[in-house]
Ligand binder design. Sequence first.
Ligand SMILES: [Zn+2]
Length: 294
Amino acid sequence: MIGLIARAHLTPAVSAAVDQLLKENPLDPNQKRYCQDRPADPMADAASWADDMKSIDKTFTWHFVDIPLALHRAETDSLDVMKWCEAIGPSVDGKDRPGCLATAIDYEWSILRDKNQPAPDRAKALRYLIHFLGDLSQPLHDADNRDQGGNCTRMTFFANEKLENLHAIWDERMIGRDLDARKSFQHQYAAGLDREFAASWPNWGEAKPDVLAWAWEGHEVASQVTYGKLKPQLPVANPADGQIDRAGCNLERSQVEGMHITIGDEYFNAALPVVREQLAKAAYRLAGLLNQSF
Ligand SMILES: [Zn+2]
């Protein structure tokens, strides 16, 4: 949906250039794609590709920046974000390989803008950017409560029998529920969001890009809403307690499950407007970046 909304805000010249770059540098048709129900729009189709590449390109850490939930921007030097963003070894051209979402966006954006880069690399950079602007807008890609951005924090979602993790609830369940409630197809839902947030285009689509500020903004949403509206409240992990364990869960799963957190109408009604705003914001910011890239 972010791809579909962004498309509507590209200049005609940029829209054509985006399609040309993607079509002239197609994906390997044999590559396994997780998302089977893919839209006809080449930009929207490209949006989930980066998740297919996590293990192939060893880019898993590019999809998030684990800013500890306990921190707040006002009390923290913005550059401190780099503590959770260490480069993961030199890339082929001698430059550091990005270590997290914040640096991956800058890195791929610089490749896309550089007309001297080979077209296949620019197409790849474009596919990464489309995806990463979406990830950056999902608050649990900018915040972590020592629970892998909510992946370890399981709770009840309405009448679902199976416990759901908070990350999946914000990735899919909330939007899925709203789509069902509105009996909407994705392109209708995208058009509705675009109408609702049209007045915000100058603020989001024409402002100077500031990836660190956007990451902090997502982090604030995580603090205020994603974690902030849960009942009962989870204890906020102390960021001073050593390194985050990216492979395991620092919060005991059984302890969290024992709290019996349930997401129902109260949480949903408070969080859904924020989910919708984050989608529109990501789309407008993506369109703004791309309008400056060709
Ligand atoms: Zn991702």
